[in-house]
Design a protein around this ligand. Structure first.
Ligand code: FAD
Length: 320
């Protein structure tokens, strides 16, 4: 089957792009493998008109709205391989090939699990990445932050991140990870704006016995227990296998590099939007960049058609 655009990934970014391209009357195939990045989260917060919406409900409504556009096909399927070039990409899905003029990658990022005992069960419930997403619900309680494994340049970002946490609570403790001592410089900086710093590394998180999802304290290697109701952490992220196989240019943090105005990657005809291309991660950001990418792909296709028409017209005039 032939499409104008195949969108790889049906999270907020891919769904928004499909809507934009569908309304521009492009023939679109959106494939989604189904594993959501925010699988552990009960609600999406900080998305205007969708605050408090369960992620599955968000996707259901988006698909229901896309169903109005007969030129948009949505499939629950993984794109297994991608090759070819601008105007003639070949994508492998469910053992068959589809052909596309353009490809939009919206595959999100994969979070490495936090290597802290007890953290897996609490991830997305009381261990978070983003205070804008989950800070309101835990405001004025005891918060913690897992310091990054490496110092500069991550130390500067860690300090800026911790500064922000004081918008939600006055009680912020920064914890060292096992095997990664906090530098004196970072500790002094954190303490200067009111954070408590624990240099003994985290041994495990202690959660409510019944749920295992609500943490209550952090146990340190020295045996002490520090009260903590919400823990923030930025575990490493990686690209999906498909994106990694494409050899696209990545920035220093591993995100796909795309032209900020056009959203096209260094490989002509392949576009990228959403989490896989930025550290600024959130559902509304991903949706906005998906709509942006959709419009830019439509513009690219429209320009191509205009150029082709102009040159064929010029040929006719020359031959007359
Ligand atoms: C625990 C947690 C809680 C969060 N809570 C919030 C919140 O409250 N508010 C908020 O704004 N943000 C929140 N976020 C962030 C938000 O989930 C992401 O920023 C957003 O989902 C990114 O959208 P995306 O479309 O770029 O990628 P994703 O939502 O990750 O979607 C990518 C999709 O691509 C699919 N895919 C991957 N590879 C393939 C392939 N080869 N073929 C087909 N499909 C593929 C995946 O299955 C997935 O469905 C949270 C994140 C986490 C981890």
């Amino acid at each position: 089957m032939n499409f104008d655009v195949v969108i790889v990934g049906g999270g907020p970014s891919g769904l928004a792009a499909a809507l934009t391209l569908g309304r521009a009357r492009r023939a679109v195939l959106l494939c989604d493998a189904g594993e959501r990045r925010n699988q552990a989260a009960e609600h999406i917060h900080n998305f205007v008109t969708r605050d408090q919406t369960p992620p599955d409900e968000f996707r259901r409504v988006a698909r229901e709205q896309l169903a109005r556009y007969p030129n948009v096909l949505v499939r629950d399927a993984r794109i297994e391989a991608l090759d070819g070039e601008r105007d003639a990409f070949r994508l492998r899905v469910d053992g068959a090939d589809v052909i596309a003029k353009r490809v939009l990658l919206c595959t999100g990022m994969l979070d490495e699990p936090l290597l802290i005992e007890g953290a897996r069960e609490a991830w997305g419930r009381s261990i978070f990445q983003c205070p804008y997403c989950h800070g309101w619900e835990a405001q004025d309680r005891a918060w913690g932050f897992v310091a990054p494994a490496h110092d500069a340049p991550h130390a500067a970002m860690a300090a800026q991140f911790v500064q922000q946490l004081f918008a939600w609570t006055d009680r912020v403790t920064v914890f060292a990870q096992r095997g990664h001592a906090l530098s004196d410089a970072l500790a002094a900086q954190l303490e200067s704006f009111g954070a408590r710093v624990e240099r003994s590394p985290i041994r495990r998180v202690i959660a409510d016995d019944n749920t295992r999802t609500q943490i209550r304290a952090i146990e340190l290697e020295d045996g002490s227990k520090v009260p903590c109701d919400a823990l923030f952490a930025h575990p490493p992220q990686r690209q999906t296998a498909l994106v990694a196989s494409l050899g696209l240019a990545l920035d220093a943090d591993g995100y796909v590099t795309a032209d900020p105005a056009r959203r096209e990657t260094a490989r002509p005809g392949i576009y990228a939007s959403g989490d896989l291309s930025t550290r600024m991660q959130g559902a509304i950001f991903a949706a906005a960049s998906g709509a942006h990418a959709g419009a830019m792909i439509n513009f690219d296709l429209a320009q191509q058609r205009a150029t082709q028409r102009a040159s064929s017209r010029a040929r006719v005039e020359t031959s007359e």
